[in-house]
Design a protein around this ligand. Structure first.
Ligand SMILES: Cc1ncc(COP(=O)(O)O)c(C=O)c1O
Length: 360
């Protein structure tokens, strides 16, 4: 069977050259005589891999020197607990913007350890937009301000990030890290599960400003304290070695392609192809207003459940797979992460045009 175009929201498609390189090194990593999977995490060979992964990520995202880069486990979901346990260090207050399923899951975890203020919510319109924020309503002494910068399920992304002044801005960037140029210095913490734009599942990247490390609540387990992992450079215990190696290959691929500015251009081309079609179509629609549209996750509906079902089934036969919307929202969703080539999106749009013609 030929490779399909996989529009999964995650784990998602990986760049084919990366998979091929990994395959060529699978059994014997150069000069190691063994697979990366078999290597000690304390070996020189693995140390070189994790150091290179960090150096490439720092270069790609222009991460300032006063930020730490951590490769952790537990998924992005564990960060929902690690953030409050490590950041509730003074007032034990936090501001949250509620924009969808992933903030819905994060909010109760912070509530266990401090006072959570839901500053704004988009729940009134099924999270199809990002609420406008009024700076005068922000909690001035909050320990952190939390956002999900790209909402994977609802397909929204912040057009501009809130200016939180001296309050650290925390962003769950799981579904769009590395997709466009971002100014890391505007954030206190950025975190992202790997399985969309970084590599296979199993590793979570955390980028954290130095001054936020070392102030965890006393009850914080050792493994959930950022200070533990900063001190031991993500090698306190056995890290997900193979996922980190794959992330390193993805970072290399992205650098060779021209880095994030080049990737952003390609991502905009892909997203415009699909959004322009949706805006012109009489059958398919995007539920998200233009200014809040994600470049990575594009939900769409036909307004008719039968037509949606048939569309997903027929698309699958054309090698366009994983197009069902999230179980909570239905319809369709195309996740077009960095690894999805322009041709994949073009093929999807061509198929949508044909489907619309044939099902008028
Ligand atoms: C924005 C966002 N946050 C958090 C998560 C949860 O990630 P994990 O499954 O790695 O815990 C996801 C997963 O899809 C996500 O899209």
């Amino acid at each position: 069977m030929a490779r399909v175009y996989n529009f999964s929201a995650g784990p998602a498609c990986l760049p084919e050259p990366v998979l091929k390189k990994a395959a060529s090194e699978l059994v014997e990593y150069p000069n190691a005589g063994m697979s990366v999977m078999e290597m000690s995490h304390r070996s020189k060979a693995f140390e070189a891999i994790i150091n290179k992964a960090e150096a490439l990520l720092r270069e790609l995202m222009r991460i300032p020197a006063n930020y730490q880069v951590l490769f952790l486990q537990g998924g992005a979901s564990l960060q929902f607990s690690m953030i409050p346990m490590n950041l509730f260090s003074k007032s034990k207050k936090a501001d949250f913007v509620h924009t969808g399923e992933w903030t819905k899951k994060a909010i109760p975890e912070s509530k266990r350890y401090g006072a959570v203020n839901i500053l704004a919510s988009s729940e009134d319109k099924k999270h199809s937009y990002i609420p406008r924020l009024d700076k005068s309503t922000f909690t001035p002494d909050a320990d952190f301000f939390y956002i999900c910068s790209n909402n994977t399920i609802e397909g929204t992304r912040y057009p501009v990030y809130p200016d939180t002044g001296s309050v650290p801005l925390v962003a769950d960037m799981s579904s769009h890290i590395l997709s466009e140029v971002m100014d890391v210095s505007k954030f206190g913490v950025i975190f992202a599960g790997a399985q969309k734009n970084i590599g296979p599942a199993g590793v979570t990247v955390v980028i954290i400003r130095d001054n936020l490390v070392g102030k965890a609540l006393d009850i914080t387990p050792t493994m959930m304290n950022y200070a533990t992992h900063v001190k031991d450079k993500s090698l306190f215990n056995t890290p997900p070695t193979y996922s980190i190696y794959m992330a390193m290959l993805v970072f290399e691929w992205l650098k060779d392609l021209g880095g994030i500015p080049a990737m952003e251009g390609i991502n905009k081309t892909k997203a415009n192809l699909l959004y322009d079609f949706l805006d012109a179509s009489a059958m398919f629609k995007s539920p998200v207003p233009r200014e809040f549209r994600s470049l990575m996750n594009i939900p769409f509906v036909s307004g008719n459940e039968e037509l949606d079902k048939k569309f997903i089934a027929e698309a699958g036969k054309q090698g366009l797979v994983q197009l069902s919307g999230h179980r909570s929202v239905g319809g369709m969703r195309a996740s077009i992460y960095n690894s999805m080539p322009v041709e994949g999106v073009q093929k999807l749009v061509d198929f949508m045009k044909k489907y619309e013609m044939e099902n008028k």
